[in-house]
Ligand binder design. Structure first.
Ligand code: OSB
Ligand code: MG
Length: 374
């Protein structure tokens, strides 16, 4: 595959409803899309960075800078045998996983199309349908949260994840658990607590949670090992895990019993597959996290979630929960049983709506092989 052209676009999309986590509230998304053309096929990837560096260090703007000034000059014009060779090509760029991931994933889409297979099959996926769960933002009061959970369960979702932060935790979880004693329920703190809060966090053990996601600092695997030793509830790491080495460290230190894999956070499908394999070999369940993606990012998440080891419902849910109009056709839909079917057509398996993307685009840059050679 010769990378002939890379187009980078920034699109603006308004979320149907604001999404509140322990680190802030998002109303409007500024999303970068990478379009890669190789051997005549066009693939798409999405930068999953946030607008602010609150979840991790990357942002929409740092990703624009890294892709424009480093990824594009290194990669456009290069010849690869498979998309899995991409990480080696950009290994001189430290960190910036979300920026690199968008371009790599677009190449996986290209490769699947050139081979005439759905992306999930190229990745080694073993299921045609994935289990879907939802992540619910922080609400004004427990009653409002219970109402929301009721609605999501009615749509069929298989697992409910509640965002929590200090002061909006115990009472909220208690209210949901009281109303729904048997559902699969988890919480996500997005690094809002410290190890000194262990006694407080231990109180959540009584709710029989599926997991407690990333309670402590975003860069502290060791502190999570200290907390996990005191908790009945399984810790799941999200923010802490950027690569397979981090995953192996966390498993070895018993810092968690479950790992959330996000394509952007780990740098793309190649690294995600390595983490999935390492976890599978050690019987550590994994699941696919979300970053309020458009359909492009969502389609890659769906493909990844078909891999072995993705044994827990993920945060990949219907397009209509986020967007009044998604940029893919058809939008991602969830069955009454709370599953999403992986498309069977080559590549990501959804048509990308260029007309709509053009309308939403606020900046655009393009690199092609002749420019890169100059
Ligand atoms: O921690 O999983 C997270 C959204 C933005 C940043 C971090 C997270 C999230 C979510 C939402 O939980 C997942 C989604 O519905 O896309
Ligand atoms: Mg999380």
């Amino acid at each position: 595959m010769k990378i002939e052209c890379l187009v980078l676009r920034e699109i603006h999309m308004q979320l149907k409803a604001p999404f509140e986590t322990s680190f802030g509230t998002v109303h409007n998304r500024r999303i970068l899309l990478a379009e890669v053309i190789a051997d005549g096929a066009t693939g798409w990837g999405e930068v999953t960075a946030g607008e602010t560096p609150a979840y991790n260090a990357e942002t929409t703007d740092t990703s624009w800078h890294i892709i424009s000034d480093f990824v594009a000059p290194i990669t456009v014009g290069k010849e690869l045998t498979t998309a899995s060779e991409f990480p080696a090509l950009v290994s001189q760029i430290r960190g910036n996983e979300m920026a690199k991931s968008a371009v790599e994933n677009a190449l996986w889409d290209v490769e699947a199309q050139l081979k005439g297979v759905p992306l999930y099959e190229l990745l080694g996926g073993t299921r045609e349908e994935i289990a879907s769960g939802v992540s619910l933002g922080i609400r004004e009061n427990p009653a409002a949260l219970v109402k929301r959970v009721t609605e999501e369960l009615r749509s069929g979702y298989q697992r409910i994840k509640l965002k929590i932060k200090p002061g909006k935790d115990y009472d909220y979880v208690a209210a949901v658990r009281k109303e729904f004693p048997d559902i699969r329920l988890s919480v996500d703190a997005n690094s809002a607590y410290e190890l000194a809060d262990a006694d407080h966090l231990k109180k959540l053990d009584e709710f029989n949670l599926l997991m407690m996601e990333q309670p402590l600092q975003w860069d502290d695997i060791y502190a999570h090992s200290k907390l996990q030793a005191q908790l009945k509830t399984s810790i799941c790491l999200d923010e802490c895990i950027y690569n397979t080495r981090h995953a192996l460290t966390a498993i070895e230190l018993k810092a968690c019993r479950i790992i959330n894999i996000k394509l952007g956070r780990v740098g793309g499908h190649t690294e995600a597959r390595k983490i999935q394999k390492a976890c599978c070999e050690r019987s550590v369940p994994v699941w696919c996290g979300g970053m309020l993606e458009t359909g492009v990012g969502r389609s890659h998440n769906i493909a990844m979630s078909t891999l072995p080891g993705f044994s827990l419902p993920g945060d990949v849910s219907a397009s209509s929960r986020y967007w009044s109009e998604d940029i893919i056709d058809p939008p991602v839909e969830v069955t009454a049983a709370g599953t999403i079917r992986a498309p069977k057509t080559p590549g990501i398996g959804y048509a990308v709506r260029r007309d709509l993307i053009d309308k939403l685009t606020v900046r655009r840059a393009e690199w092609n092989k002749s420019k890169a050679a100059a």
